[in-house]
Structures are given as C-alpha cells and as structure tokens.
Ligand binder design. Structure first.
Ligand code: UDP
Length: 337
C-alpha cells in the first residue's frame, strides 16, 4: 500500500483524464480536477474528487489552486487534441497547448512540485523508420497537434534541468475502451475516433462508417493502429509516479499489436451482433499506414502489463458503456458542479 498522495489532474473531466482520476481514487490518493469543461464533462468527475472549473490560461486561477493544496504531483491532460483541427488551425494548437502548459509548469515549479506526468502522443512519430516504434525513434511530429505536444516535452526537459521538476512523457497510441465500473467512457463532441464511430454505424445513429482509404500497403489495404485500453494507460500513469523518484522518463504506450480499420469493424460486428454499413472513401490527409508501439521499455522498467490486450475485450467494454449511455454524459447528473 503506497502512502496517499495529493494529485492535481488537469483535463480530469476528459476521456483519459477521468479514467486516471478513477485509478488514483481507487488507490487511495486525493485528487483535485482542474478542467474548463470545454471538452470534458462535469458528470465524469466523481464526488470524491475536488473540482475546479477553470482554464489553464487563467494564471490567477492556477496560482489559487496551487496555494490551496500542496500537490505531490501533477497529471497534465488538458489540451486541444484533434489532429485534423490542428491541420486547419495550427496556431490554436501551437499557441494554445504550449501557453497553457507553460503556465502550468511555471505554477508547479513555483509551488515546489517535484513530479509531473504528461499526456503525450504517438503523433510525435510522423515518419517512423521501424515498426514497432520504440522510444529511440526520431521525433518528427505528424501535425501541429503532435508538434505542440513535443514543444511541451521540451519545456519539461528544461524544467527538469533547471528546476528539478521530474516528468514522465507518455506517448499514447490509440486510447480506446471504457472503465469496467460502467461509469466512464468515451464521449467526444464531435466524435472523430474510429471505434465510437463504428459503434454508431452499428446502431444506426450514423448511416455508415467511412473507411478512410483502402489502398494502403497493409494486409487488407486499410490503416493499422495499436489500440490500448484507457485503464491500461491509467495504470501506467500511476506506475511512473514511483519511477520519478529517480529521474525523468518517456515511454511509448501501446499493446504492440496492430489492427486494421476493417478488423476493428469486424470486431464491432462480432461484439454487437449487428452489421456495420461501410463505405470506402479517400485517404484522410496525414494518416500513416501503420502505427504500432513497442512498450518493451515500460514493461521492463516498471513491470507494466496491459490488462486488456485484445481488441475484442477493449471493444466489448466500449460497447457496454455506449449501450448503457447512448447519449454519453449528457443527461447524467453532474456529480461535481
Ligand atoms: N478512420 C476511418 N474512418 C473514420 C475514422 C477513422 O477509416 O471515420 C481510420 C483512420 O484513418 C485511422 C484509424 O481509423 O487509420 C484510427 O483513426 P482515429 O481517428 O480513431 O485515431 P488516429 O489513429 O487518427 O489517432
């Protein structure tokens, strides 16, 4: 049993953030969620967590939160996170994500916080030389979104060198699935991710799923991705807290197995027992044919092991959430406002 810690979670009302909050609470830690609710949901914040509705651009609100609590660590999820949007409006991402993160880093350093766990991305690897992709792969961001995450990784590097703020940069591949407690799941607006969109096509909420290109050099012509359960990501966040006693770290987080878009569709059909109408469309700009992580380093260093490694179990969880909450968090009573 570890000693309870007090953790600030920015973006704790969002998809990955809320699952990490649940994991922290399950381990007996105290949690303060800091979220502007522009993308997150108040109903995703459990009553056991303190909730501050504010924006990281608001330095006064940040200073207040750091003066009210003494944090052992910060988990930083709050960010704009849609790759396609970042291609349309790079400034919003390069400016928005970096300024808010720099504010947070400065506030953490000023308050004497020693550890920060950062939600980074596989989008750092826009031109991988080797699959699976390990931590030695050259960083070459695939979009302004990825670039903004890399800018923050660099800021964290210097915050360690100059101020001793230890950080863990966790590069997620494709986060998917839902919490087995049935209370949390994926609810983006607008939704852009494959698995929820395919489920919507299965239920008739959307007329079909469009496959973005079937002429890639892959086993069935569609793109291959590494889908990792959101609770396995949350588990990694808790494990790195201990590693940060020693040094800053960076880890690629995936299952190490790739599934094609068609394989995802087949899995949804198996799990739901429904037929998914499919249309093949053009490639989506910026998509790479294959993205698969090597997570050997975090397995070796921290004994991390995915608890939900296979696609069907990930999709079964996502389906359980989606069928219980067809309108997502809308309509659920806000637990913390
Ligand atoms: N995709 C698709 N149709 C959709 C949404 C996604 O074919 O409506 C494909 C997309 O091209 C990619 C994969 O599904 O190859 C996963 O996309 P997603 O947006 O979920 O995550 P990404 O890999 O872009 O982070």
């Amino acid at each position: 049993m570890t000693t309870p810690k007090t953790i600030l979670v920015t973006g704790g009302a969002g998809y990955v953030g809320s699952h990490c909050v649940a994991e922290l609470l399950d381990h007996g830690h105290r949690v303060v969620v800091f979220d502007n609710l522009r993308q997150g949901h108040a109903a995703a914040v459990p009553p056991e967590a303190a909730f501050v509705r504010a924006d990281l651009a608001d330095e006064t609100a940040l200073a207040r939160v750091f003066s009210e609590w003494r944090f052992d660590a910060v988990f930083h999820f709050a960010a704009l996170s849609v790759v396609g949007d970042s291609m349309r409006d790079p400034h919003a991402y390069l400016h928005g994500n970096s300024v808010t993160s720099l504010n947070l880093i400065r506030a953490a350093v000023t308050a004497g916080v020693r550890k920060l766990v950062f939600s980074s991305t596989a989008n750092l690897f826009g031109s991988p030389k080797r699959i699976p992709i390990d931590e030695d792969e050259a960083v070459d961001p695939g979009s302004p979104y990825g670039e903004s995450k890399f800018m923050i990784e660099r800021a964290l590097h210097w915050a360690d060198r100059c101020h001793g703020l230890r950080s863990a940069c966790l590069r997620y591949f494709n986060a998917a699935g839902a919490h087995p407690n049935g209370k949390l799941g994926e609810d983006h607006s607008p939704e852009t991710h494959l698995i929820p969109l395919v489920m919507d096509a299965a239920t008739g909420k959307r007329p079909h799923i469009e496959i973005f290109g079937n002429d890639y050099d892959t086993r069935d012509g569609t793109c291959i991705r590494d889908y990792i359960h959101v609770c396995d990501l949350a588990d990694a966040h808790l494990r790195v807290l201990d590693a940060l006693e020693e040094r800053s770290v960076r880890y690629n987080l995936g299952n190490g197995t790739g599934y094609s878009v068609r394989e995802v569709i087949s899995s949804v059909e198996r799990i739901t027992g429904r037929t998914v109408p499919v249309k093949v469309g053009p490639r989506r700009p910026g998509d790479l044919p294959v993205l698969i992580a090597s997570s050997e380093r975090i397995r070796r260093d921290l004994g991390w092991e995915p608890r939900f490694p296979d696609l069907d179990s990930i999709i079964a969880g996502a389906w359980a959430w989606r069928s219980a909450h067809p309108h997502g968090f809308r309509g659920l009573a806000a637990a913390a406002e």
